[in-house]
Design a protein around this ligand. Structure first.
Ligand SMILES: Nc1nc2c(ncn2[C@@H]2O[C@H](COP(=O)(O)OP(=O)(O)OP(=O)(O)O)[C@@H](O)[C@H]2O)c(=O)[nH]1
Ligand SMILES: C[S@@+](CC[C@H](N)C(=O)[O-])C[C@H]1O[C@@H](n2cnc3c(N)ncnc32)[C@H](O)[C@@H]1O
Ligand code: SF4
Ligand code: SF4
Length: 334
């Protein structure tokens, strides 16, 4: 098997799959309150998702991250997770994981662990109940905390993902860091990206540069850069005073595209070769028009990889929002 190598000599070994565009939250930086979702009939079935993912694994993908929308609101999604276990057992898939808002984890944590999930990323931007309700519009903090408890009890390693938002969670930097340390969870901050029409957006006003956030952390902590990578875009530091690990995902202040190893499949079977570009390939037709042979799908994937762009064009440096992408983060799963 020839591995998937893009035009910039990057090996593609990581597939992110958005299994639904729907969500039980309406985070203000991600969606508008009256978001329109895809009709259900547009979605790939769970069997089709399995065939897609299995084909990618056959082409050298070793890491699968399930995302959305909220992946755990897709009906019967555990059947899909369980169907991926066979690739973990065969050793072809090295990691099966998900990014979730945590709202349904209380119900699903044990099943996820049983399916082979050992690490999970949970998005949480504040520890204040009122602020949590404000930023997620429909979410409730105690429910997510219950989900985090369940994930840890089930045996999964938890990483908290926090979007750094100026004027929103700046004052919680140390509270969040200390809370993660006390629960033995890693913490990663993310710069807000200009994706989707979310109504009254104020990306520049929200944008908190992670270089500034790092400087703020340095006022209380000694930070040592760590060479380790999890296969994602985060760069990590160790806090010497506490030993905890903090990550930074910096699409704006420090572009990490040169080491990109991933592509994104949507719930309708489009393949986005880059989070920050509009170009995509239709894999659904290759799948549906050839029910008994995966060769056309493999060829469609290989063709798509030859079109992978060098990187995104997000840029706030001219005090304008450049490189904006029209689709929502929930479409391609972040
Ligand atoms: N610009 C850009 N942002 C990304 C990319 N991958 C992830 N992100 C951002 O980082 C957020 C968190 O990513 P995660 O879902 O935790 O995935 P990861 O960083 O690959 O995860 P780890 O396996 O823990 O390293 C996403 O929701 C995006 O906002 C990427 O390829 N490009
Ligand atoms: C789109 S969500 C999908 C998975 C799940 N619903 C969740 O929230 O974890 C994935 C991640 O994208 C992040 N995100 C959403 N919109 C973003 C934006 N405009 N800029 C940066 N990150 C964003 C969220 O905070 C979340 O961590
Ligand atoms: S960030 Fe995740 S939880 Fe929030 S609205 Fe988007 S998809 Fe839903
Ligand atoms: S923005 Fe595009 S090229 Fe850059 S890391 Fe993300 S997916 Fe890869």
């Amino acid at each position: 098997m020839t591995p998937l190598i893009d035009p910039f000599q990057r090996a593609i070994t990581y597939l992110r799959v958005s299994v639904t565009d729907r969500c039980d939250f309406r985070c203000v930086y991600c969606m508008s309150e009256n978001m329109t979702f895809l009709p259900k009939k547009e979605l790939l079935t769970l069997e089709e998702l399995d065939r897609m993912c299995s084909t990618f694994i056959g082409l050298g993908v070793e890491k699968l991250r399930i995302t959305g929308g909220e992946p755990l609101v897709r009906r019967d999604i555990m059947t899909f997770f369980r169907s991926m276990t066979r690739h973990l057992e065969a050793g072809t898939l090295k990691e099966l994981t998900l990014t979730t808002n945590g709202s349904q984890l209380d119900r699903f944590a044990d099943d996820l662990y049983a399916a082979g999930v050992r690490r999970i990323n949970i998005s949480l931007d504040t520890l204040d109940e009122q602020k949590f309700a404000d930023i997620t519009r429909w979410g409730r903090l105690p429910q997510v905390i219950k989900g985090i408890d369940a994930a840890q009890k089930a045996g999964m390693r938890v990483k908290i993902n926090t979007v750094a938002l100026k004027g929103f969670n700046e004052d919680e930097l140390f509270t969040l860091a200390e809370w993660c340390r006390s629960r033995d969870m890693d913490l990663t901050f993310i710069e807000v990206m200009p994706m989707g029409d979310i109504g009254n957006e104020d990306r520049l006003g929200q944008y908190w540069k992670l270089s500034d956030l790092r400087d703020a952390l340095r006022k209380e902590y000694t930070l040592t850069d760590l060479p380790e990578r999890t296969g994602g875009p985060a760069r990590y530091v160790r806090v010497e005073e506490t030993g905890q690990k903090i990550g930074f995902i910096t699409p704006l202040t420090h572009n990490f595209c040169e080491s990109c190893n991933r592509v994104r499949l949507t719930c309708t079977g489009e393949l986005f070769m880059c989070l920050g570009q509009e170009d995509n390939a239709d894999l659904r037709s290759a799948l549906r028009n050839h029910p008994s042979s995966d060769a056309p799908l493999e060829q469609a994937i290989r063709n798509a990889i030859t079109l992978k762009p060098k990187g995104h064009d997000f840029d706030y440096s001219r005090q304008t929002v450049d490189g904006r992408v029209s689709r929502h983060m929930s479409h391609t799963g972040g």
